[in-house]
Design a protein around this ligand. Sequence first.
Ligand code: ADP
Length: 396
Amino acid sequence: MNILVINCGSSSLKYQLIDMNNEKVLAKGLVERIGIDGSQIKHETIGKEEVKIQEPMKDHKRALELVLASVTDKDYGAVASLDEIQAVGHRVVHGGESFADSVIIDDEVMKAINDNVEVAPLHNPPNIMGIEACSELMKDVPQVAVFDTAFHQTMPEKNYIYALPYEYYQKYKIRRYGFHGTSHKYVTEKAAEMLNKPADQVNLITCHLGNGSSISAIVNGKSYDTTMGFTPLEGLAMGTRTGDLDPAIIPFIMDKENMTPDQMNTLLNKKSGVLGISGVSSDFRDLEEAAGKEHRAQLALDIFESRVRKYIGAYYATMDHVDGIIFTAGVGENSISMRASIIEGLKNIGLKVDAEKNDVRGKAQEISAEDSSCPIFVIPTNEELMIAKETLELTK
Ligand code: ADP
């Protein structure tokens, strides 16, 4: 069974076609600049050369038409026709409280996703465009929605209610939702395999450290707490997002700089984080390179590291026991020095990496020393495969 996985951003679209008989990627690609001058697709069928298609794409529907044409192209495609695609899995950022699991999309589901636009105005609209375009172009193929928030719906009330007047939860559903759920779930299942334990019996601290970053406390295989909140802005300092902040700073800056809520949102989401601190880059490779020369680049790395460590410590303290600490995503999988310094700072709770085992990038491996109080793993995340698995489960 071949499943197409679609992840739509406001002007981008990532896709993978996966053969679920062996979980192998048949083709993948990225569409950029949808609705902007210079639209292009980078398409690769595995085993063939990458092709670049430059053509105006006024909307997601046009982009998807070209993606489907690429996937079925007789020279550089992966399958002979669309009949060879049995289902489509869509990444949807915000399922609100409506979805604790992935679902087959029907009119009712579309209505609920639309209702959640209010809490995810940046993320859900492009996801909706992707679903609508796909449903139109592949009429009889089942479409499945996989939500970033669903995995975290198991959090207990005490971990998702904010200390605001309770009526704001009742009136506007302001609460912690948590994001990166597909990734936290994927590494949880992988870690359970590596630990030789049933997935519903593992307690983990999963650190998804990328451009956007979040940490989750996993109890008995379920999300118990997580650092991202009502939106993906809370928690760790990220590439360009502030993470935790004294909320009083927000009206203070708005007042001083005469800013609108929109401008403030942009400042918090796009101009802050390690980019804002360093003034150098949001990319951790650039920061590591600049750290020896520029104080603020080192400072940004120190702040990032310190906050990761604080959350690992906090979650460690709230769980009965921890079976494993997991590092995943761009920074977690690749930055040997960042992992080493995070764990070095946690030696008071007995955590220890083995420098030789930690010398690894993008490969699932245990990196803890023999005498570490709990095993530590690098596990590359694979959100696309997780979406395809959930899609298969619902449609097979
Ligand atoms: P997202 O999916 O949130 O866009 P990723 O998980 O792909 O992000 O992570 C991107 C981040 O990973 C970038 O900031 C990049 O600098 C970082 N990264 C990738 N490779 C390395 C590396 N070798 N060393 C340090 N950081 C790395």
